[in-house]
Design a protein around this ligand. Structure first.
Ligand code: OOG
Ligand code: NI
Length: 268
């Protein structure tokens, strides 16, 4: 049976794989190691904290599908705030939504962000397709680079807008891998570059969550004045450990998330 939830995640996946060819390849490679579907641990979305498009506006799409709020996370240096949402159905991917604390940046950055968000219509935000609707604004390449000087996150939002920033494979539900090291080794053997900020594996069994991710694909995007090849989206891998009550930990770890954000950095 296809639920509204399945439809939303399928649309998010289709939109994501269009700009993330590596994720589709890795999905196929991992799928080939087992005779069944890859299960998603979570997806992540980004936005700005301006009322029209705030974290809570994105979250509303998931609340309507029966999701409830989990934890909240603060990122002082990157000037971001995030919450995660989960569903009582254990097969539903968790959702991590972050927002840029716009007012903490320079007047120039704030002006650019306000001008972008002004171009989003109120109706677009509540429309069924909003979470995979991309950009609603015109931005030229110089403006993208100006944002990049201050916030990689703001620049990524300007270029890519509303779409899943990453999908995350549930390593717990891979049939032929017991550890995240084994998954990472396969990815490296296949030639993929992992995010090594803070180490290839973020988190630990003590923190009840271990995560790794690829560096984002680099694909061509059309700015208002020219095209440019920039980081798009990445693929993540998560292994969760049981809490004292025997249930798998369902939250996130701020120190690890802080490094995962850097998967969209341009790097070398
Ligand atoms: C989210 C980064 C954090 C996690 O699993 O901790 C994250 C992002 O890059 O938008 O996904
Ligand atoms: Ni993630």
């Amino acid at each position: 049976m296809h639920s509204d939830r399945d439809t939303l995640f399928q649309n998010l996946w289709d939109n994501y794989r269009e700009v993330t060819p590596k994720a589709e390849e890795i999905h196929r490679i991992l799928g080939g190691t087992q005779g069944s579907e890859i299960v998603n641990d979570h997806i992540a979305l980004r936005t700005f904290n301006l009322d029209k498009v705030s974290l809570s506006k994105l979250a509303e799409h998931f609340i309507q599908l029966g999701y409830t709020e989990g934890g909240e996370y603060h990122f002082e240096a990157k000037k971001l705030y995030a919450k995660h949402f989960e569903h009582e159905d254990p097969t539903a991917p968790k959702v991590f939504i972050s927002e840029l604390l716009t007012e903490k940046f320079s007047p120039e950055l704030q002006k650019i962000v306000h001008e972008m968000v002004d171009q989003v219509s109120e109706e677009a935000v509540t429309a069924d397709n909003f979470l995979y609707s991309g950009t609603h604004w015109k931005v030229d390449y110089d403006t993208y680079k100006k944002l990049l000087d201050e916030s990689e996150y703001a620049a990524w939002m300007a270029a890519w807008g509303y779409r899943a920033n990453h999908f995350t494979v549930s390593v717990n539900q891979l049939k032929n891998f017991k550890t995240l090291e084994e998954v990472n080794q396969l990815l490296k053997d296949e030639g993929y570059t992992l995010n090594s900020s803070g180490g290839e594996i973020k988190g630990s069994p003590e923190e009840l969550l271990e995560q790794s991710s690829t560096m984002a694909d680099k694909v061509e995007v059309r700015f208002s004045d020219q095209t440019a090849t920039i980081p798009s989206c990445f693929y993540e891998f998560a292994l969760r450990y049981p809490k004292a009550d025997g249930h798998l930990y369902s939250g996130f770890v701020a120190a690890s998330a802080d490094k995962i954000f850097e998967s969209t950095d341009a790097g070398m």
